[in-house]
Design a protein around this ligand. Structure first.
Ligand code: SAM
Length: 402
């Protein structure tokens, strides 16, 4: 079980004055034709005093490990302490909502994800990318890594920005969307992939990569950089829709591969907080930044569902449980905050290995899970997705590594 006391809630937005862009980024910013003043000067002027008070979160889980902030990412990143974050996942504006046509549910519609996705021109978009990438590099720990998603609209600017700012690119993942909408113009190939760049803070970083876990999740073979993952289905949108929501499976893989339990993950453009959902399930801490209230409410509802603040009392239920005892006798208690913790703890009380029936027998004794109508699918999902649990054949599961 993670020791919650050892992982205090992060209060990282307490720089006495907002951090300026690095001299390297300032030198790279291009003047935007038609604008009287350049972006760097604007940003430096915005660095006003009074930043010492951390801004209140829009939402914080009861233990403070998952937090959402309503803010402009560039502004809030500049208030964050340097070297404070283990991993950044960013799904930034791709700047593709510019009047093109696409197909949604068989209908022709204009591509319009929202004002946040409208281009400010090639130079303006590139300056924006340089500035947020620069701040993310400042707040990453020396061995930290950053993931950025994109299409041709933004990914070349991001890739160039990563190189000139001093990141080291580790991989370019091709995410194959399996069932993409058809191309209505019939003058291009169907767009079926997105690129995800993974970069370390610098060439000196000793980055985290859980190679054995990825290999295990890929049926015992080295995991490659081509990932076939379906876009999010209805069940992932049960709290509402975000126009560019990422699939949970994608974020579960990214978070599991590149971070360890209790580490801090930041998503500066968090939308519906798919990254936060993955962090909750995998026992990582999370900070999400988002500008729009509508998306923050959706994100909050998704995170709140993941978080359970309950005390579970595990009792011996008889039957085949390995660790003996008398039926009804208490075996242990756990202050559980995630379903992942609940299932892991149940496995622990069963001697580290058990089948679904045995796990259910100890967990279902608890009123909180008796009241949860989705418990049967929840427990199956946790057994499938948890990085701490592996299937060991004949329907049995083991805490991993044990
Ligand atoms: C591509 S979406 C992220 C979707 C997210 N990965 C998910 O799974 O729901 C980008 C999000 O960034 C937000 N956004 C755009 N510009 C922003 C800015 N400057 N600061 C904070 N949020 C911003 C948008 O409102 C949008 O929700």
């Amino acid at each position: 079980m993670p020791d919650l006391a050892a992982a205090p809630a992060p209060d990282l937005f307490d720089l006495p004055q907002a951090a300026d862009p690095s001299p390297r980024a300032v030198a790279l910013l291009a003047p935007v034709p038609g604008l009287a003043e350049d972006l760097a000067a604007d940003l430096v002027r915005e660095a006003r005093p009074g930043y010492a008070d951390p801004p209140p979160p829009f939402y914080a889980s009861p233990d403070g490990r998952l937090r959402l902030y309503q803010a402009d990412a560039l502004e809030l990143l500049r208030r964050m302490q340097g070297e404070s974050v283990d991993m950044v996942f960013a799904d930034p504006p791709y700047f593709l909502s510019n009047g093109g046509i696409t197909c949604v549910g068989g209908r022709r519609v204009r591509v319009d994800k929202g004002d946040w996705d409208k281009s400010q021109g090639i130079i303006g978009d590139h300056n924006f990318n340089l500035l947020w990438l620069d701040q993310c590099r400042r707040i990453l720990r020396p061995d930290g890594t950053l993931w950025v998603t994109g299409t041709s609209h933004n990914i070349h600017s991001v890739g160039y920005g990563l190189q000139v700012l001093g990141y080291k690119i580790l991989n370019d993942i091709a995410w194959y969307k399996v069932n993409p909408p058809p191309n209505l113009a019939c003058r291009y190939f169907t767009h079926a992939t997105e690129t995800i760049l993974w970069a370390a803070k610098s060439a000196k970083s000793r980055h985290t990569f859980h190679y054995p876990l990825m290999k295990e999740q890929n049926g015992g073979k080295q995991m490659q950089s081509l990932w076939s993952i379906m876009p999010p289905g209805k069940s992932e949108k049960r709290h509402g829709k975000h126009p560019t929501q990422k699939p949970e499976a994608l974020l579960l893989r990214i978070v599991a591969a590149s971070t360890s339990p209790d580490e801090l993950v930041l998503d500066p453009f968090c939308g519906s907080a798919t990254t936060g959902v993955a962090c909750a399930r995998l026992g990582r801490r999370f900070i999400g930044i988002e500008r729009e209230q509508e998306f923050l409410t959706l994100a909050m509802n998704r995170l709140a569902e993941e978080v359970q603040q309950v005390t579970l009392v595990f009792v011996f239920a008889g039957g085949t449980a390995k660790a003996g005892g008398n039926p009804g006798q208490e075996r242990g208690r756990v202050e559980a905050t995630t379903w992942n913790e609940i299932v892991s703890y149940a496995l622990k009380t069963l001697g580290g290995e058990a089948n679904l029936k045995e796990i259910n027998r100890v967990v279902e004794k608890n009123p909180r899970t008796q009241l949860n109508p989705t418990w049967p699918s929840t427990v199956r999902r946790v057994l499938r997705q948890s990085t701490a649990i592996s299937a060991v054949g004949r329907g049995r599961y083991r805490l991993w590594p044990n």
